[in-house]
Design a protein around this ligand. Structure first.
Ligand code: LRH
Length: 494
């Protein structure tokens, strides 16, 4: 049987790509046909995604995919939480906001006057992030846009709508909104009523593997693809796609999907909705086949990406190999920060915010680019350690090894530090886990792979993975962990 090619449209917070994946028995190979930056735009009313540019790049990427060969189907995934609103004629109202926009700073309190944080967690199982969709909607309450809105589409659903004309809400991403019931796995009618939100805003759910339509004629004409090319619903939350492609072949694994965010946790069969889990701010997001992604968001490579953006503007070197080599030569544990401190969330001068944090906590402020990078990577490894230990405890599970996937898995120093800090072996890779998960769900819908376990076996058998064994310097990491102010146990702003 010749392998079929599936097109993954995978948009991350800093870049997007269209990747073709060939899947067959013992075959899984990727070709990137188009890559483009995702540059947010600041308008007078706040920070927005340039969603039209992202759509145009998607369509251009699909044209490249068509040039490269026949395309069996298409799937779209992006970051979670954000959305566009359509009016009753299906026209986009305004420009979707970026989750790092500050307008939601006070929105949680408004929601909590109707439904308290404890009840919200018992229903949705969602970690508190100030930008969860439910809070974004609360901050927009009463605006002319929200009065006119007829349909809310999460970003991947919006792109699928523009490609196919169909309307739906993909379930793994719907589980990140704060409007989704973690037990029944449907929109929570009760929450919507309590928050005076029109249930008609939210489209019917679709699940990974479901058909999502075929290409609109003008999309087919522009891309050169056949108008009958199916768009398949994938795990449209990028993290859910990444977790689907974890090359796990043994039980008791933990994962870290490391890109702009580090999403660190476990795969469970059922949500953990306890008060202890809420206090530790763990989330129960939906994975493929009804699995639960029990994890916590850690600020991730954002800290490094934002430093490099600042350095670029200052005319300083930003090449990653050079920065990592400098970091490797720096003194260990010069200073460590809690990457999850809310001061690091918004865009802006990250090097100065890190130095300021160090001064505030009585540590020497990192005085070189290398020292800053070292501080970031050691701090992330400490956050990985803290999060996975808490996850194991809260879920009552053992962890024997860690799969670290995503762009961060390319970062040798981060993988090494994570193994040393946790005292657990780290299996690093694949880098393109999200695109692989997207492609494999399409391949499964086409009957090319049997099930989730077979998808993971195929990733393990075909992708390049590296193994890091802990060096046994745990005592030094214990001491560094003790230096940080006690890990926040209450969700921020609670
Ligand atoms: C990672 C991610 C993460 C969400 C955040 C908004 O890209 O989807 O899982 O919490 O973006």
């Amino acid at each position: 049987v010749s392998p079929s090619a599936f097109a993954a449209v995978d948009l991350g917070a800093t870049s997007g790509r269209v990747i073709l994946g060939r899947v067959g028995p013992d075959v899984l190979d990727l070709t990137e046909v188009h890559r483009f930056p995702n540059t947010p735009v600041r308008l007078p009313d706040g920070l927005h995604w340039n969603v039209l540019a992202l759509y145009q790049e998607t369509v251009d990427g699909l044209r490249e995919a068509a040039r490269a060969g026949s395309v069996a189907s298409i799937g779209v995934d992006t970051w979670a939480v954000d959305y566009g609103l359509l009016d009753a004629d299906g026209v986009l109202l305004g420009t979707p906001y970026h989750y790092r926009d500050g307008r939601t700073d006070d929105a949680a309190r408004r929601v909590w006057t109707h439904v308290g944080p404890e009840e919200l967690y018992r229903t949705t199982g969602l970690q508190h992030l100030p930008f969860n969709t439910v809070f974004q909607l609360a901050s927009a309450a009463g605006t002319s846009q929200s009065r006119t809105a007829a349909t809310l589409l999460l970003i991947p659903d919006l792109l699928v709508h523009w490609l196919t004309g169909t309307v739906g809400a993909e379930a793994t991403n719907a589980s990140t909104t704060g409007l989704f019931d973690a037990r029944t796995r449907t929109w929570s009618a009760q929450l919507l009523e309590r928050l005076s939100l029109d249930p008609g805003l939210l489209p019917p759910l679709r699940h990974p593997g479901d058909p999502a339509g075929t290409l609109l004629p003008h999309v087919a004409a522009h891309t050169g693809l056949d108008a009958s090319t199916p768009v398949v619903t994938v795990a449209s939350h990028d993290t859910a796609s990444a977790v689907a492609a974890i090359p796990a072949t043994a039980p008791h694994f933990a994962y870290i999907s490391c890109g702009t965010w580090s999403l660190a946790g476990l795969e469970l069969d059922a949500p953990v909705l306890t008060e202890a889990s809420r206090a530790a701010n763990f989330t129960n997001e939906l994975g493929v086949d009804g699995t639960v992604r029990y994890l916590r968001n850690i600020m991730g490579m954002w800290l490094l990406e934002e430093c490099r953006r600042t350095w670029e503007a200052q005319g300083l070197p930003t090449g990653l190999p050079r920065l990592l080599a400098e970091a490797a030569r720096c003194e260990a544990f010069g200073a460590v920060v809690d990457p999850d401190d809310p001061v690091f969330l918004a865009p802006g001068d990250m090097p100065e915010r890190i130095r300021e944090y160090c001064r505030r906590t009585g540590q020497p402020a990192p005085d070189s680019q290398g020292a800053l990078v070292r501080c970031i990577l050691e701090s992330l490894a400490l956050a990985h350690r803290r999060t996975l230990r808490q996850a194991a405890e809260l879920a009552g599970r053992d962890i024997t090894h860690i799969h670290l996937v995503g762009g961060g898995s390319r970062n040798d120093l981060l993988c090494r530090f994570t193994a040393d800090a946790t005292g657990l072996p780290v299996i690093a890779g694949p880098t393109e886990a999200t695109a692989l998960g997207n492609i494999l769900v399409q391949a499964r819908a086409a009957g090319r792979v049997a099930d989730l376990a077979a998808m993971r076996r195929l990733v393990a058998a075909t992708q390049h993975l590296r193994r890091y064994t802990p060096r046994g310097d745990g005592a030094a990491w214990d001491a560094a962990a003790a230096r940080l102010t006690p890990a926040r146990t209450e969700p921020p702003c609670a």
